[in-house]
Write a protein that binds this ligand. Sequence first.
Ligand code: NAD
Length: 281
Amino acid sequence: MMNLPLNVDFTGKVVVVTGAGGVLCGEMAKAFAQAGAKVAALDLNEDAVKKLADECKAEGYVCEGYKANVLELEALEAVHAQVLKDLGPCDILINGAGGNNPRATTDNEYQHEAKEGQKTFFDLEPNGVDFVFKLNFQGTLLPTQVFAKDMVDKQHGCILNISSMNAYIPLTKIPAYSGSKAAISNFTQWLATHFAGSGIRCNAIAPGFLVSNQNRKLLFNEDGTPTPRTAKILAGTPMNRFVESEELLGGVFFLCDDKAASAITGVVLPIDAGFAAYSGV
Ligand code: NAD
């Protein structure tokens, strides 16, 4: 059982979470289930969402896992039909699937520091850049096309996208990821406007820097001391620390709660220990 940050009640709400096989959205899916929602956990990684669903069921919560590629419209429509049968029409959609790719990442921060043999800006692969833009942008647009239909029918619903710190100001090395997350912040405003008359709110969270198993080695040396990149991150973060994944849940619950956030649509909420607010000076 998780220690939930807000006492909100999502009883009976059908919450569809894409990328629920991953770290952040798996935790969100579990938290919604614990708060009474009927959760549809979608991911390319079927084993991960089936495991998540089993864990939730073992605690007495309602959660079903579905294999779904957020880039395949027909497959998403088939999953939608199954979710309708199993749980009912979607009330809340969390567009969590997303990420970066090494083919769209430079080895060096600055061209003038590039060394022989490193992947520079000039070596970025067009298909790697396409992959990242497609995953983050289309991977948010397509599930929204499929699941927001339920919300239009009910004239009620909520969409939550996942933006990032690099949507505000790009981070070095990852131009495609930064650009695609900027597109997500922009698209959040577009959706908010487009669906406002249909009773649907659309917002996003922009998580700050989190330590995960994938990036731990980049952030900390074996003896636990921070790497140079970590020192830069912390120097740019007024609260001088990383964000814990469970610290995202308060913002997620708040933005998805119809009472608490009834007049809030089109915002991107940074949950970042102050990173986006600080100029560095
Ligand atoms: P993660 O890699 O743990 O999870 C992402 C999940 O998406 C994985 O389970 C993966 O299988 C799934 N996925 C990938 N491609 C898919 C596809 N085509 N169809 C369906 N599922 C697919 O990542 P995470 O750290 O939990 O990140 C979740 C979201 O938060 C992403 O949008 C990410 O960009 C964003 N984000 C993460 C951080 C961070 O520090 N971890 C910071 C800001 C934003």
